[in-house]
Design a protein around this ligand. Structure first.
Ligand code: ZN
Length: 256
């Protein structure tokens, strides 16, 4: 028996249970039709040793036992270990779909291990790659710097964030992103924690920092609004799942 993570256009297949809760389908066979073209990936097993498989399909069909759910929304419907595994499965499927051919010679790639592919023609080997991003909560006394990025889908205010560039340390990324997006310098940079962010293949690394100097000037291209908010009158902040929210909650807990 294995868990089957089935994805269709970015959504994950959930099984409806009679008590109204949801789970990931399990069994010896895939829960839904696979063809000879379907590429079934082995994902690392659950902590209790249950094997985990994943594949993607183009059409789900109409089966009342199942429903499709966005990966982010599935965090509200699945037990945490299954949600985290769904993220990993999604990242592997994304990688699989984007490395069908060798980037050096163009030959079709073949699976080598469960997390690597090898080109049978030239020997080039590839592994899933992470896009690493930093996220930083900056305070100035009792005020927090919160911003609304243009790419946020809802109305909340979050923290300054951005992708690590090649040749950069995480600390350099934080200082560069803060400068680019706010024109501020920071001090007392401290690591908080990190979080896999499978949208589609990220790792978020969270930091705290304190305001040092500069006049706040938001980068218009990426941020639509933002500013300093007193800890007693915060705007709408991100959902619990996100590292931004964990940063804010952790800071508030220590400073209230
Ligand atoms: Zn090759």
């Amino acid at each position: 028996m294995a868990y089957w993570f089935v994805f269709c256009r970015g959504d994950v297949l959930l099984e409806r249970r009679t008590d109204g809760t949801h789970t990931i389908p399990s069994g010896e066979q895939p829960p839904i039709g696979v063809t000879s073209d379907t590429h079934i990936l082995n994902v690392s097993p659950m902590d209790d040793g249950t094997p985990v498989k994943a594949f993607a399909i183009d059409e789900v069909g109409d089966d009342p036992r199942y429903e499709m759910c966005g990966l982010r929304q599935s965090s509200y419907k699945l037990p945490l270990p299954l949600y985290l595994k769904a993220g990993k499965a999604q990242e592997l499927l994304y990688w699989d779909r984007n490395t069908r051919f060798c980037g050096v010679c163009g030959a079709p790639m073949e699976m080598d291990t469960d997390i690597s592919k090898r080109c049978p023609n030239c020997g080039k080997t590839v592994w899933p790659q992470l896009a690493t991003a930093i996220i930083v909560l900056i305070n100035r006394g009792d005020d927090l710097l919160l911003v609304h990025a243009r790419n946020f889908k809802t109305d909340f205010y979050g923290c300054i964030a951005g992708f690590v560039e090649t040749g950069e340390s995480l600390e350099e990324t934080v200082r560069r992103e803060v400068m680019e997006e706010t024109q501020l310098t920071i001090k007392n940079l401290r690591y908080f924690k990190s979080q896999p962010w499978p949208y589609p293949c990220g790792l978020m690394v969270g930091f705290f920092a304190e305001y040092e100097s500069g006049e706040l000037k938001l980068q218009d291209e990426e941020l639509s609004r933002g500013g300093w908010f007193n800890k007693h009158s915060l705007p709408t902040i991100p959902e619990k799942l996100s590292l931004a929210r964990m940063l804010i909650d952790d800071w508030l807990e220590r400073n209230m």
